[in-house]
Design a protein. Structure first.
Length: 299
């Protein structure tokens, strides 16, 4: 094995042990670590500030080709592994791994006008609305069913001049898309400072000015200034937070304005519709077991 090749060591563990196992591997020479599902367990799109992980995990650690893995394996604490954990080492030929990762992402059409493109890609049609996004900096890239439904709905709802609130903004993709579709201003709200930073970075990448797009924490006084003013309020979070935030989301919406809510499974839709009875929510889209709810605040 040449020093220009790499060794990948795959280990089975459980989510509470991942952080400790990662730290141990880095302390013993690992150059990178990746995680994979080990039990065909789907992850729901996270709510603001959440970082979900599978219960059963395959952790893959990358080592230099000339690293002595036999001596490292001999001192690995078994308490960091799943019971009867498999331990497999494979050789990886040297490649341009950054390019391999980038090749996995391609522009995706989200509506008649709207495309989401990796920041390094050439937009398929410069005349259309292209949101440039770096998957490495974002919590939401448009590929999840709930995000895709929201983007399609925004393509239909935004015609020009609207004010938009993106509650649980994550990467800022929904607010940025609305602005590029013609909205005049947007407010992103998230309780995770990393999400606010990602939203600002992605806004700058799309030439969105700070005058157009503010990003704030939920307790910020700016939300008071937005009370009853938003033409569109979109919240791609989860059913629980949508229930508890109902008053706040409706309060942000202007009379005659539209609410777009998702992060809702099909079996949860009825409860949300009942809870938001004053805005008469309807299911307007379904994908992969998720639904998108839409309603209008009475004038």
């Amino acid at each position: 094995m040449s020093s220009t090749d790499w060794q990948e060591w795959a280990l089975e563990t459980h989510s509470p042990l991942v952080e400790s196992l990662e730290e141990w591997l880095f302390d013993h020479g690992a150059l990178a670590v990746s995680l994979e599902d080990n039990a065909n367990e789907p992850l729901l799109e996270p709510g603001p500030g959440e970082t979900p992980l599978w219960q059963n995990v395959v952790l893959k650690a990358l080592f230099a080709g000339d690293a002595d893995l036999s001596s490292i394996k001999a001192v690995l604490p078994r308490t960091l592994l799943a019971e009867n954990s498999k331990s497999e080492v494979s050789r990886l030929e040297d490649r341009e791994w950054t390019r391999v990762w980038m090749d996995d992402f391609a522009p995706i059409q989200m509506g008649p006008r709207l495309w989401v493109c990796p920041s390094w890609a050439v937009p398929p049609d410069e005349a259309l609305v292209n949101v440039m996004l770096d998957p490495g900096l974002a919590f939401g890239t448009g590929t999840h069913a709930t995000t895709a439904m929201c983007l399609g709905a925004l393509d239909a709802a935004v015609s020009g001049g609207e004010s938009v609130v993106d509650y649980g903004c994550g990467s800022g993709i929904l607010a940025i898309a609305a602005l590029k579709l013609g909205a005049s201003k947007a407010l992103g709200v998230d309780n995770d400072p990393q999400a606010l930073a990602a939203s600002r970075d992605n806004a700058a990448r799309n030439q969105i000015s700070t005058d157009q797009f503010d990003v704030v924490m939920p307790e910020d006084d700016m939300l008071l200034a937005w009370s009853n003013t938003a033409s569109v309020v979109v919240a791609n979070i989860l059913a629980g937070p949508l229930l508890s935030l109902a008053h706040d989301l409706i309060e942000l919406t202007a009379p005659g304005g539209r609410l777009l809510l998702t992060g809702v499974l099909e079996e949860q839709a009825a409860k949300l519709i009942e809870h938001y009875e004053h805005v008469s929510l309807d299911v307007i889209d379904r994908r992969d077991g998720w639904v998108l709810l839409s309603g209008v605040k009475p004038a």
